[in-house]
Design a protein around this ligand. Sequence first.
Ligand SMILES: NC(=O)c1ccc[n+]([C@@H]2O[C@H](COP(=O)([O-])OP(=O)(O)OC[C@H]3O[C@@H](n4cnc5c(N)ncnc54)[C@H](OP(=O)(O)O)[C@@H]3O)[C@@H](O)[C@H]2O)c1
Length: 334
Amino acid sequence: MWIPACAGMTKEKMKKSKLGNSDLLITKVGLGTWAIGGPWEFGWGPQDDNDSVKAILESLEAGVNWLDTAPIYGCGHSEEVVGKALKGVSKKPLIFTKCGLVWNEKNERVPCLKAKSILAECDASLKRLGVEVIDLLQMHWPEPEEDFEEGYGAMAKCVKAGKVRYLGVSNYTVEQLQRVMKIHPLTSLQPPYSMFRRDIEKELLPFCKKNNIGVIVYSPLYKGLLTDTFTKEKAASLPADDVRQRGADYKMPNLEINLYTNEKLKQIAKRNKITLAQLAIAWVIRNPEVTAAIAGARKQGQIKETAPAADITLSNDDINEIEEILKNRNRMLK
Ligand SMILES: NC(=O)c1ccc[n+]([C@@H]2O[C@H](COP(=O)([O-])OP(=O)(O)OC[C@H]3O[C@@H](n4cnc5c(N)ncnc54)[C@H](OP(=O)(O)O)[C@@H]3O)[C@@H](O)[C@H]2O)c1
């Protein structure tokens, strides 16, 4: 497989940033392990654990120093696979996990922010991951709204107990951030951000910058769509239980527009001797208000390609051209 741009770089060279108010220095690209969880209500279809382990180990070889997981990904399975992959690893990456979504007997997500549940979740995550401390514990969703202060208070108890180092939240609005910040220092926010989803630029990013809250963005590849390998054929062959089957952007007529946009973006990538996936990651981290991107990977070769994007700087001309391409996409989608 062709891996251009910075492919041979050493671990030491990979760019890092401090995460919010913490002392964690994190690489500009981290590994996301949602798909690695395998089937559940919001899974990505069948997943081979051997491929997952290889992808996790490959992220370390590529210089990535943190990974993001969650108990709900595969109903405990993603955390178990991460634990298994890291068992023999002497220099473990920083581990970021989540809480606040549990599951029922049908493997469906059940939001729960009751203190007792959060404390139990933290202990279960430590066990599955095989670590003594979680570097960052994030509330997955602010649901149910009336309980998120109770949930965040319980997360703070996990810090006091020495089980967690720092706290983060995910999928929060500015108003919700303001409410939890009063309870315990907030290190990070995890929102969606990519060329195809930019709503955080208006309010959330400036607010986080002003309040020294780190921002680690999810789905920077728009769940694999912003890559060279996403085609009409691939979309048509996604398993019925792949979460992307639910998204309008992965089906006609939007898919046609997205793939047309990809062709335009690929021209910029080609000019820079990088791939579309690398362009997509370099584009999210061009924004100084973004601390790092969480790049999902489920098999060998994927994070090896995306991790080097940490060190790619796009020119202003490229960024302006991308802006025009994205504006055109928005016009076509209307
Ligand atoms: N907090 C939240 O609510 C939330 C929500 C979403 C995600 N996240 C976190 O953010 C992480 C990243 O987001 P994401 O997994 O949704 O999406 P993503 O990073 O935008 O896309 C990841 C997917 O793209 C494909 N891919 C990855 N590298 C590729 C490459 N080099 N070439 C071709 N295809 C490639 C893989 O799927 P295929 O091979 O199947 O195409 C992979 O699973 C998640 O794993 C999770 O840790 C958090």
